[in-house]
Design a protein around this ligand. Sequence first.
Ligand code: GUN
Length: 281
Amino acid sequence: MAEIIDGKAIATKIRSQLLIRANEFENRYGRKVGLAVIRVGSNPASAVYVRNKIKACNECNIRSLSYELDENVKSEQLVELIHTLNADAQVDGILVQLPLPKHIDERAVLAEIDPKKDADGFHAVNAGKLFLGEKDGTVACTPRGIIELIKSTGVPIRGKHAVVVGRSNIVGKPVAAMLLANDATVTVCHSRTVNLKEITLSADILVLAIGKSKFITADMVKPGAIVIDVGMNRDENGLCGDVDFDGVKEVAGYITPVPGGVGPMTVAMLLCNTVDGAVHE
Ligand code: GUN
């Protein structure tokens, strides 16, 4: 029976430390740490995520500036807002909630954020620094949270076989780079992978960012493995992960629940990135 990794409790601890740092910043500089949050359109999941992020800012004494733009906004207007925020000395971090509506070129928009204010770590400069092992970049929030959750088990990452299923720019690719930086042997699997089960069965650390409800079953998991479920899928029973939790918990050594695993860590790491960015200016 696996030990449950309590992401919510770990995130709460990180947030209480951040509140102290944010208060210290305010005492020292006479203003609050500031995070600008931009949402475009009416994606219901994005609305929930953004609301959680803004609430978390308030609880950590970080000033949030919320911008809600119309679904049909032109790229130029979004870019203009980003340029204004880049130039605003009260703004330490900028976040553009993804996905953006189809008519907007996500990559081009993210490229306009000042890399020093890139609270999400999605800018090519920050992604590049991660891949080159340069420590002064911002690391994407979900991957940073995943590494914290793995480290919370006390099991060393060095020399382990880490298997990441999913190759997105916001989770799969950066978490693979971070696991590599922590001396794991890393395999990245995706929708075209042949013999997925054979590979997942050899994983000491298994990170799932697929987007398919209960896709990973007990027969695909090595006994004692650390299983990190990044899935946020909605099915007839509500929110569920990429892992068949009830089955896999009987086999794994450690497992994250959904909700209450990776999700709260993503928010905590966003606040970390914002405070880190403010302090390093
Ligand atoms: N969409 C899904 N995850 C994320 C995230 O971590 N940050 C942003 N900005 N958008 C997302």
